[in-house]
Design a protein around this ligand. Structure first.
Ligand SMILES: *[C@@H]1O[C@H](CO)[C@@H](O)[C@H](O)[C@H]1NC(C)=O
Length: 253
């Protein structure tokens, strides 16, 4: 009786006091001291860009070095990519180029987030955009990787007209800021999240943009602490792997 009371009250406590871990996402080449600084300032995860829209879409050549430095600093690592949706280069090709570069760099990719923001960079035809996004997501799945999308309600509306046919496996990293800089941050939790498109919940929230953090111009992110212990899992996977790969992509899985 006493035991069950204790258990139910602790369950109650843990559900009402959700704790969070913090990350930053970057699109610049960092140094070891930049990544060590993040770790020392209690950031748990860094989101590294692996692909950029330049030209017809190209691998971000800083990704492998950034991932290695983040790993050495003891950070959890997620990988995102900015596609080029108006390129003649197909979505699947753009996905493959990044995965090849990461694999050649000794990195094993478990999940991949694709950026669907900045409507001005997308096609006017929303059905074309939905096809492009679904082709990218399907290629990610075909490579044995879990897909995620980084967007928000407004951009998803503009770019896809609220497409909801992606598949229930697609995770959401939602961006919610009032404006750039520390003063434009939203709450670092999920209280203000409203379902849209494909999603009832978000795995990650970007709550601050264009802030100066440890020598980076970075965006700030938050996610439930329950998934942050996966950083330790990442370290263990790497230790146990005889090929000494760095495993990336744990949040939301
Ligand atoms: C979310 O963050 C805001 C602002 O920091 C705070 O007022 C609110 O209590 C938080 N909500 C939860 C559920 O933690």
């Amino acid at each position: 009786m006493l035991l069950s009371l204790l258990i139910s009250s602790s369950l109650l406590y843990s559900s009402s006091a959700q704790q969070y871990a913090y990350g930053v996402d970057i699109n610049q080449q960092g140094s070891s001291s930049n990544f060590n600084c993040l770790r020392q300032n209690s950031y748990s995860t860094v989101f590294v860009r692996a692909y950029k829209p330049d030209g017809s879409g190209t691998v971000d050549s800083s990704a492998v070095a950034n991932i290695n430095m983040a790993f050495q600093a003891g950070l959890g690592i997620e990988v995102y990519r900015t596609m080029n949706p108006t390129s003649s280069k197909q979505a699947a090709t753009q996905i493959d180029e990044a995965i090849t570069a990461l694999t050649n760099g000794g990195i094993s990719v478990r999940s991949l987030w694709i950026q669907v923001t900045s409507p001005v960079n997308w096609n006017k035809n929303q059905a074309t955009n939905v096809n492009f996004i679904n082709s990218a997501l399907q290629r990610i799945r075909n490579r044995g990787i879990s897909p995620g999308v980084y967007t928000n309600n407004y951009d998803w509306q503009q770019i896809t007209n609220q497409a909801s046919n992606l598949g229930s496996d697609v995770m959401l990293w939602v961006l919610e800021v009032y404006s750039s800089g520390v003063g434009g941050e939203t709450a670092p939790n999920f209280t203000d999240f409203r379902p849209f498109g494909n999603w009832k919940t978000a795995a990650v929230k970007q709550f601050g943009q264009y802030e100066s953090v440890c020598g980076f111009t970075a965006n700030r992110d938050v996610y439930p602490l329950s998934t942050s212990t996966l950083r330790e899992k990442m370290m263990n996977d790497a230790k146990g792997d005889k090929h000494k790969l760095i495993y990336v992509g744990y949040i939301g899985l």
